[in-house]
Design a protein around this ligand. Structure first.
Ligand code: DNO
Length: 345
């Protein structure tokens, strides 16, 4: 396991030197954020970012995300151009020593929450998703900090119209078309693709979502058996659905898990939840059980703590402050050490 920490690049208020001081964190997960979605990433920009990260004593091996152009998800004729660019980006990142790319295939929106600072009983605040409140939101005016991209109202309007009538099957076929187009570059570059589950794992605003649990993974690996076709195992995203048995999923898909986002949520009713401290005792998800299943089944990928609460007066990017994610990393390091030592004993 390699413990990493997400860093939003030079504009992130958290300096790399602080990340380097978290015990056990060996690398950052980052991206180039100011390139238009769909363009091929420039080798010089990649090299400069890598240099900055390496100069701080941290590894540059995981990118989150290289966003997938909507034309690819929509299956438009222009997709081949964007797939070619994506393959070029993979080759350039591989050249720079990147081993894993996290991406998602959610139409239009990335993760969704209805409250970015909901109070928890311990006095901190966290991100919250209330299904009733979500249903009352206007999808034409949505923005969340932490998304890799966001659209102007006019672009959003056009995109939502373009997705009218998109079925789960067609979206899934478009994902497979994309993967078949890029997997040869992954093989050549030594880069693993790690698809992030849809967050939350159900349809949103009439848009289909297709990476939601066991059945999605079985279909995905049947269609593209290459081991470079893997997953980002995000406990908070998958765990929002009580249908997902996280411990069983971690055990059964361990060889496909190239990257794990380990975080906690408290389920509130059937479809609502609040995020919480990483510990198993803080919420609905058995983080210890997941770590144990991963280690027992030979997981050897990258891990990062995920969304943190806002604590100790910190005013950072919601979910992406320093303090609670650092506590999460410390907790996860302890779990991995204990489980790994037990297994070897
Ligand atoms: C949220 C993140 C997601 C993730 C993308 C991957 O905090 O986990 O935005 O980066 O879905 O492409």
């Amino acid at each position: 396991m390699k413990m990493t920490f997400r860093w939003y690049g030079p504009s992130d208020p958290i300096p790399l030197t602080y990340i380097r001081e978290i015990p056990g964190v060996s690398g950052v997960v980052t991206a180039i954020y100011d390139l238009p979605v769909g363009s091929a990433w420039d080798a010089c920009r990649i090299a400069a970012l890598k240099q900055q990260v390496n100069d701080a004593g941290l590894a540059f091996e995981v990118i989150e995300s290289v966003p997938v152009h909507e034309d690819i998800k929509l299956g438009l004729a222009s997709r081949d151009f964007y797939i070619e660019n994506y393959a070029k980006t993979i080759l350039a990142l591989g050249e720079a020593g990147v081993k894993c790319i996290c991406y998602n295939f959610m139409p239009v929106f990335d993760w969704l929450r209805t409250d970015l600072a909901a109070p928890l009983p311990d006095g901190s605040t966290s991100l919250r998703y209330d299904h009733e409140a979500l249903l009352s939101l206007d999808p034409h005016h949505l923005h969340l900090p932490g998304w890799d991209e966001s659209y102007t109202p006019a672009e959003l309007e056009k995109l939502l119209a373009a997705y009218a009538g998109m079925s789960h099957e067609r979206l899934f076929d478009n994902l497979i078309y994309f993967l078949k187009g890029i997997l040869p570059a992954c093989r050549k570059a030594g880069v693993n693709m790690a698809i992030h589950p849809d967050d939350p794992p159900w349809d949103m605003f009439g848009l289909p979502r297709i990476i939601t649990g066991r059945a999605s993974y079985e279909k995905l690996f049947a269609a593209c058996p290459e081991l470079e076709n893997g997953i980002t195992f995000c406990t908070g995203s998958l765990g929002a659905s009580p249908d997902n048995d996280l411990v069983a999923l971690a055990a059964d898909f361990a060889p496909r898990i190239h990257f794990a986002h380990l975080r906690q949520i408290v389920r509130q009713g059937s479809l609502s939840f609040a995020e919480a401290g990483h510990l198993t005792s803080c919420g609905s998800l058995d983080i210890y059980g997941v770590v144990k299943a991963l280690v027992t089944h030979g997981f050897d990928g990258y891990v990062r703590p995920d969304h943190g609460r806002a604590i100790w007066g910190e005013r950072g990017k919601p979910g992406y402050g320093l303090y609670d994610r650092a506590l999460g990393a410390a907790y996860l390091n302890g779990l991995f050490e204990a489980v790994e030592k037990d297994l070897r004993a």
